[in-house]
Structures are given as C-alpha cells and as structure tokens.
Design a protein around this ligand. Structure first.
Ligand code: ARG
Length: 288
C-alpha cells in the first residue's frame, strides 16, 4: 500500500510538472499543424521553421544526446548491427526532428544513463525510466508517455506462485532500477531485504542468472519480462503484478536546461496528442 501511495504521489508530481510546463509555453509561432504529419519518412522538417530552436542550448551543439541502457526490449535493445532500436529511440528520433537536432544515442549501464543527465553529459535519459520521488529530487521529467508494472519471472516449475512466495528466496534485479529498490527494501516496507536481492548489470544478465539457477526469481518491468520469457523457454511470469509505474523522459535540473526541457516536453506532448506515441507503443507491444 505504501508503495502505491508513493507512486501516486510521484504521479501527482509528474502531472503537476507537466501542467506547469504547459502553462508557460510561448504563444508565439506555434509550429503549425504538425499534428497531421505522419510519424515516418517526414524528412522535410526544417530546423529553421522551429522558433524554439534558437532559444535552447544542448550539451553538444546541433545534437540531442540521449543516454539509455539498450538491454530493455521493447523500449530499447540493439539489432544485429549494434544500432539501438525500440520504442524510446523511435520517439526520441521524432523529438530530435521536431527540434531540428541530430539524435545521438549513448548506450551505457542504467545507473550511468541516469547519471549522464545529472552530470551534463546527456540532454535526456530515455530508458523506460520510472518517475519516482528520489529521481524527482535530482532530475526533471517530461510528461509520462507509457506505463509499466513490476512483475516476477520464475522458472516454469517453480514453487513460487505469488509475492509471498518470494520470502527467503534469492531475487535477481537490474542494478539501479525501481525493481531493485523495492525488492531490496526491508520486509516492513514491503521488500525482501537487501541480502536476498542480487543486482545484475541489466535485465538480460539477470535472466541468464535465473536460467542458470543462480537466483530463484527476477523482478523486472512487464515489457522486457514478456520479451525475455518469449525468448527463453522454461520461464514464466507470475500472474501477480506488483508495483505500477509511469515512464517519462529524464531531464537536467540545471537552469540552463530549462528551455531545452520545455522544447522536449512540448515535442513529446505533440507526439502524444496526435497519436504518434500510441502507434509506436502498439507497434512494439502486442495486445494480450
Ligand atoms: N522502469 C525501471 C526503472 O526506471 C527500469 C528501467 C530499466 N531500463 C533500462 N533501459 N534498462 O528503474
């Protein structure tokens, strides 16, 4: 229950932030009727017709640097050529286009991806990042563009059938993620105790450890959980979803980033309003 409350609070804060971002948008030169453009193959967007372009500064001129951890399909993963693909890079590319910037993707560990924005090495972190209170203290966030649920993956023949069954078991998580934070919390706070949780570099290595019997379960977001289970016969997802979360783009809290943050948030909001974000989500996430 506590967690749910914390999340609710986080949500209220996100929406408050989004609302306040919206109220400050300049009435001047709205980038007219972008809402009707198709998400794909619209190469004609000129940086010059975007009045905001002149106002903001980015880490590197002309570039929009996005940090991520591409071991989190369908939000981000790498293809055979090593290129980062998925929901987040697709949305990011459209934001960059609207801003007249070249998208540069920096694929690092998840905790480093969060830090990159805080240290001024990236303009934004897009990595299926959950908005929570702790992160709101060190980062700004856009409006939310997707939701996630923490779920439990176990071997098909596991005796673990619900959240209570995890007590005293070894749980694998991705380092620095909300799944790790909840699971490693004390039992009084609804967690399983730090000594029962192993942090892996990413979701893929956590699932490998589960397959090798090094942990009894993996707690991770439902999106990647589904993909990992599909790709690894012998695993299943428990029917008991745990904590529900909102994903948003993480931004720098520095004053110097305000104008860029607003431009990113406005671009994302346009992509949400015209249905582009939903169509990208639908493309990658097949309905049950
Ligand atoms: N939603 C979780 C969090 O924000 C996990 C995100 C992990 N993302 C990734 N690209 N590895 O903590």
């Amino acid at each position: 229950m506590k967690k749910f409350l914390a999340l609710l609070l986080a949500l209220v804060m996100v929406f408050a932030l989004a609302a306040c971002g919206e109220s400050t948008t300049e009435p001047s030169t709205a980038p007219t009727t972008e809402a009707t453009t198709e998400p794909s193959a619209e190469a004609s967007t000129e940086p010059s017709d975007n009045a905001e372009a002149a106002d903001f500064t980015t880490v590197e001129e002309g570039k929009l640097i996005m940090s991520t951890n591409a071991a989190f399909p369908p939000y981000e993963t790498t293809d055979d050529t090593g290129a980062v693909i998925g929901i987040d890079p697709e949305i990011a590319a459209l934001i960059a286009e609207k801003l007249g910037l070249e998208l540069v993707i920096d694929d690092v560990d998840f905790d480093s991806a969060l830090l990159a924005v805080q240290q001024g090495k990236a303009d934004m972190v897009m990595a299926g990042v959950t908005v929570n209170e702790d992160r709101l203290a060190v980062m700004d966030f856009t409006t939310s563009y997707a939701t996630g649920v923490q779920v439990v993956i176990v071997p098909e023949d596991s005796d673990i059938t619900d959240m209570d069954g995890l007590e005293g078991k070894l749980i694998g998580c991705q380092r620095g993620t909300t799944g790790y934070i909840y699971a490693s919390d004390t039992p009084e706070n609804g967690g399983y105790g730090e000594e029962n949780v192993v942090a892996y570099d990413n979701g893929i290595t956590a699932v490998e450890a589960l397959k090798n019997g090094q942990v009894d379960a993996v707690i991770i977001d439902n999106g990647p959980a589904k993909e990992f289970v599909e790709a690894n016969p012998g695993l299943k997802i428990l029917e008991t979803p745990w904590v529900e979360e909102e994903y948003a783009i993480g931004l720098s809290k520095a004053d110097s980033a305000d104008a860029l943050n607003e431009a990113i948030n406005n671009a994302l909001q346009e992509l949400i309003d015209d249905g582009t974000v939903q169509s990208i989500l639908d493309k990658y996430i097949t309905a049950e």
